[in-house]
Ligand binder design. Sequence first.
Ligand code: ATP
Length: 513
Amino acid sequence: MAKQEDVFKKLISHAKEYGFIFPSSEIYDGLSAIYDYGQNGAELKNNIKQYWWKAMVQLNDNIVGIDSAIFMHPTIWKASGHVDAFNDPLIDNKDSKKRFRADVLLEDYCAKLEDKAQKEIDKAAKRFGDAFDKNEFENTNPRVLEYREKQKTILSRMAQSLEKEDLADVKALIEELEIADPDTGSKNWTDVRQFNLMFGTKLGASADSATDLYLRPETAQGIFVNFLNVQKTSRHKLPLGIAQIGKAFRNEIVARQFIFRMREFEQMEMQYFVPPGTELGFYETWKEKRLNWHLALGLGAENYKFHDHEKLAHYANAAADIEFKFPFGFKELEGIHSRTDFDLSAHEKHSGRKLQYFDAERNENYVPYVVETSVGLDRLFLAIFSNCLKDEVLEDGSERTVLSLPPALAPVKAAILPLMKKDGLGEYGEKIFNELKYDFNMIYEDKDSIGKRYRRQDAIGTPFCITIDHDSLTDNTVTLRDRDTMKQERVAVADLRRIIDEKTNFRNLLSKI
Ligand code: ATP
């Protein structure tokens, strides 16, 4: 089995074994691409949400947060374009009976070409050593140029065919490139068809009078339809940002990458309402701000890159993704879109209500333009979890698995571990627990050897272990063990709150943005 697959399998089983993520409805054999977050997963997820919310709402005096309903008037999805155009092109393999996204098959093919180009570059870098000029090599080496040119031709033909709804050509392209089902090698494909990703449901008691509704496929529309409510009640001038965290639902055709692509997931979206004509400046600012927010997590700058969209969605005049290096390669983590006045204008048209802002400085009414930042909470969880999960070989040759989460995000901030329950050590530990519990989420554990207990805390990413021994009872000191360095030091119980706070406070992340 490929190493990459091994790493991914280990990650999924670690997430389950340590209470982060369980397959949903597991005792009924699960439900495809739906997952439940366990006790540690829920804490980590909540901490990620807090990091985002604080960075958006708390640190910006012109951004406010809302929580709109999942069910919305069905006309909203007509206005937004989702009823007519929220489709993915699907293709089935007739032999394996597996379903794929036609565009993803082509994109994966191009990713392989890019891998080949990278290999050429890496080989040359090794050969030439310090004298290597990457830029020149990329621009002159015939093989690299050929791989890149081929990618460009494929992606632009795909974009044009999708734009023209020429699905026969998308299939022709897959056949010309001899793309096969990655699992079985079969090239026996059906035609490409469009598939709407929205889940339908019904509102109302009787079958005749029930209204057809959709589960929202994005949280953004709940922000657009509330724009004037929020603007008027908050009395903010433009630029005004409205942020929201919430569930979204998409009937994804292919959902095989754990929590990367789910059918029920959470988004953290912010719509920034600005005067017309200023949107592209704000778009650039938000691209930079959002990348900095990710970088502050300390997962390594080399793991992020921008991907500027060539094919723009019908509502956008500029768009880029922040891609992250997941265990299966660079993939979209966050989207940043300049959405023009498309959404508000469409809602004006479909609702018959004016959605305009009076700009006192310009002395005019207008429909604001919007820059959107949209990040998937579960994808971010996967990015952080996969990057932080490490196997380490220690000096004495033994191994440990450690989840080196940014301390502010760790589900448990400190574990209180009396060497034994008896002799009053347990009670002393409980006393410390009860003092610190108002400030930090903690665990108290007095079973198993101390070594085993340390390993368990490393595996869930707990920054500190606090060990209580007999001396603690007389001198009010404890042993504090650091997750990352594994160094142990003797500290006064009275200093614990300050030390834990210094390491785990959100300020550590927020001040780096
Ligand atoms: P993709 O191209 O991967 O399908 P998208 O471009 O459709 O994603 P957007 O509509 O821009 O995604 O949604 C914004 C963010 O929501 C994405 O960057 C991603 O992090 C997250 N997201 C979208 N679909 C899913 C999903 N099915 N499961 C988990 N997260 C998702």
